[in-house]
Design a protein around this ligand. Structure first.
Ligand code: FES
Length: 653
């Protein structure tokens, strides 16, 4: 009679296989994604499936009760020791007897999807570079004098088609004890790059290693270093943490760090050491937070701007401080984490650093491109990652342009008289009554507005401490909308505007947001100097975006994506009133959250995505703002609020 028909769900892959075929073998033959760490020995339970799903019955397929063989001794033993959930079978033990539908649950799929929190985009596909494999290695034999490593390598090649194998010294020393303790059965963590190149042995454990292995996605910013610890088996983020970049003591912004390197012998080495140490500390801390063994962190991925990139790698960034802004290397890098002095994690852990786009547009912008994937968009998207430097991408499936624009730290609350970083106590949202000119605001860490009952108690002991980036943007835009500020950015007087929150301040005026002095708190004002700092920052951002639009030959974009931790908190309306971003329907302005961090996470979990971004960055056309005269023209015209000449029809809707 005919061979049995097997249909796998959810893939829908189907085919006939000889009676007596193991489900795992059928899956492999039909190209179905079914996981296995132990290679079919009935001990890892990664291959679990659920037979007999009824959904294909309507197609006339008759599924017999005994379509799969009954439990064998291995399965029975597994169930006795660990317990198999009702209806579940081990795919490596169950044998196909007749027509059957077999469901592969998400946790048994090798390339399962990780749902991104920022739901707007597609999910992350799991294909980490480092995976676990269980191997049985022949015992040594006096008549066959090969080494333990050689027999392990041969077993890996035979059982998992892995090789040739590269073995770092610290792992070599662990092979003999692991083989003996595991009675010649071991689990190995093997790293394979997405391209060519050898497989690398990262670690080895006796028997079946049941604890997980983890990866760290690091967004190395000039101000903060943020990291996510991810489970390399299922892609979950187990912990996230951030610390200040200790290089701040060598210079607040990137250019001052470049000058520090130029002025001080060994200045670059000092900064390299500081940042590497901070990453090591962060890695150790995050492992504690997630309650995992730091040694189980076997991979790290870095995204950063070009200056941070060079300083992380121990390369003097001096060339990045002057035209033509040549990078030491723009390509992606795959190296041993120990080369970056990361000692808190697994000694044989690997590091991957995303490619840079150009001398001013770094691996962080590449990570944003990986996360937001403008190449896949029908709509012309303007993606801005707002930080001390704004990284700007403009494009769609026909091509992508990129530039960076020196916005300065004003958007992060720095260089603002009452400014502070976004932290508890900072005013993050602000409205001004059009009639009275009175402010009402919200403070980070408190859900109430300042004019709501219970606000004082809710703010708590720390009180109101200052104003952060999103707060200052809203303040300036609200002042403009309330007529307290003219289009040139000049603050009016109380007499001119009828608003008694405007007080003389030297030869100019300031707007009083909050006067905490009676209670020993701060006086929080928006000064003329603050307005000028925001005007400079927003003009730089707008000019960068306009330059890319000129280059592309368009007057409008279809959508704007605000990326970055800060972008997540900007109100689209206020950003547009200020003229930070070009005119676009407000519902076409979205926030992508920390897109660079998400890009790092994608590169950590999906090897194939590394290949994709390496190809894509070569297709991104870089526009250099520093040497482009039109940038200056756009910059000056954008100084007015919202703009000297550009129209913002969406604002009058
Ligand atoms: Fe490991 Fe089936 S493949 S238990």
């Amino acid at each position: 009679s005919q061979d049995p028909l097997v249909i796998f769900t959810p893939s829908g892959k189907r085919g006939r296989v000889p009676r007596g075929t193991r489900v795992l073998d059928a899956a492999r033959r039909l190209g179905v994604d079914l996981d296995s760490v132990c290679g079919g020995r009935g001990i890892c339970s990664k291959c679990q499936v659920t037979p007999g799903s009824g959904q294909f019955l309507k197609h006339g397929l008759h599924v017999a009760q005994d379509a799969l063989s009954p439990w064998n001794a291995v399965e029975a033993r597994y169930d006795e020791l660990r317990g198999l959930a009702p209806g579940r079978r081990l795919g490596c033990q169950a044998v196909i007897e007749s027509d059957v539908v077999i469901d592969v649950p998400p946790e048994s799929q090798v390339h399962r999807q990780v749902v991104r929190k920022e739901a707007a985009q597609r999910d992350i596909r799991m294909d980490p570079a480092t995976r676990l494999h269980f191997v049985e290695v022949p015992e040594p034999d006096m008549h066959e004098p090969s080494g333990d490593l050689e027999r392990l390598a041969a077993a890996l090649a035979a059982q998992w088609q892995i090789g040739p194998l590269d073995v770092p010294l610290p792992v070599l020393a662990r092979i003999q004890p692991a083989l003996r303790a595991g009675k010649w059965r071991v689990t190995v963590a093997v790293h394979r790059d997405h391209g060519e190149g050898p497989a690398r042995l990262v670690d080895i454990w006796p028997g079946l290693h049941e604890d997980g292995i983890y990866g760290l996605a690091v967004d190395l910013g000039s101000t903060t270093i943020a990291a996510h610890l991810c489970d390399l088996d299922d892609g979950r983020v187990l912990a996230s943490a951030g610390i200040m970049n200790p290089q701040i003591r060598f210079g607040e912004d990137l250019m001052s760090r470049v000058s520090y390197a130029m002025m001080n012998p060994d200045g670059d080495a000092e900064m390299t050491q500081a940042v590497r140490r901070a990453i090591d500390t962060l890695a150790a801390q995050i492992a504690v937070d997630a309650e995992v063994d730091p040694r189980a962190i076997v991979e790290t991925v870095f995204v950063c701007n070009p200056v941070m990139h060079h300083l992380l790698l121990g390369i003097d960034p001096v060339e990045l401080g002057q035209a033509p802004f040549a990078l030491a290397t723009s390509g992606a890098l795959s190296l041993a984490a120990s080369e970056l002095d990361l000692s808190a994690i697994n000694p044989a852990a690997r590091s991957y650093i995303l490619p840079c786009i150009a001398g001013h547009v770094g691996a962080d912008a590449a990570a944003v491109a990986l996360s937001e994937d403008p190449f896949a968009q029908e709509a012309l998207s303007l993606i801005v990652d707002v930080g001390t430097n704004a990284e700007i991408l403009l494009g769609d499936r026909n091509g992508v342009l990129a530039c960076s624009s020196p916005t300065g730290p004003a958007f992060e609350g720095a260089q603002i008289s009452s400014g502070q970083r976004a932290a508890a106590g900072a005013i993050e949202a602000l409205r001004i009554d059009r009639e009275t000119g009175m402010p009402r605001f919200r403070v980070i860490g408190c859900p109430l507005w300042s004019d709501e009952a219970g606000f004082e108690e809710a703010v708590g002991a720390g009180g109101i401490t200052g104003i952060c980036g999103s707060g200052i943007i809203e303040a300036v835009a609200e002042m403009r909308m309330g007529g307290l500020l003219d289009a040139s950015g000049l603050i009016g007087s109380a007499a001119q505007t009828g608003c008694d929150r405007l007080v003389p301040d030297g030869r100019t005026h300031s707007y009083v947001v909050h006067d905490g002095r009676p209670d020993g708190g701060p006086l929080i004002t928006v000064t003329q100097g603050d307005i000028r700092a925001i005007q400079l920052a927003k003009s730089a951002l707008y000019a960068g975006a306009r330059l890319l639009m000129d280059e592309r030959g368009v007057d409008r974009v279809d959508r704007v994506v605000l990326a970055g931790a800060f972008g997540a908190h900007i109100s689209p309306l206020h950003a547009m009133v200020l003229g930070m971003i070009p005119d676009v329907p407000l519902d076409k302005v979205t926030s992508a959250g920390n897109a660079a961090g998400t890009g790092a996470r994608i590169a950590l979990l999906d090897r194939e995505a590394r290949g994709r971004i390496e190809r894509d960055v070569r297709r991104i056309h870089k526009v250099e703002t520093a040497i482009e005269p039109r940038f200056q023209e756009h910059f000056i015209a954008a100084n007015a609020i919202p703009h000297a000449t550009a129209q913002f029809p969406e604002l009058s809707r």
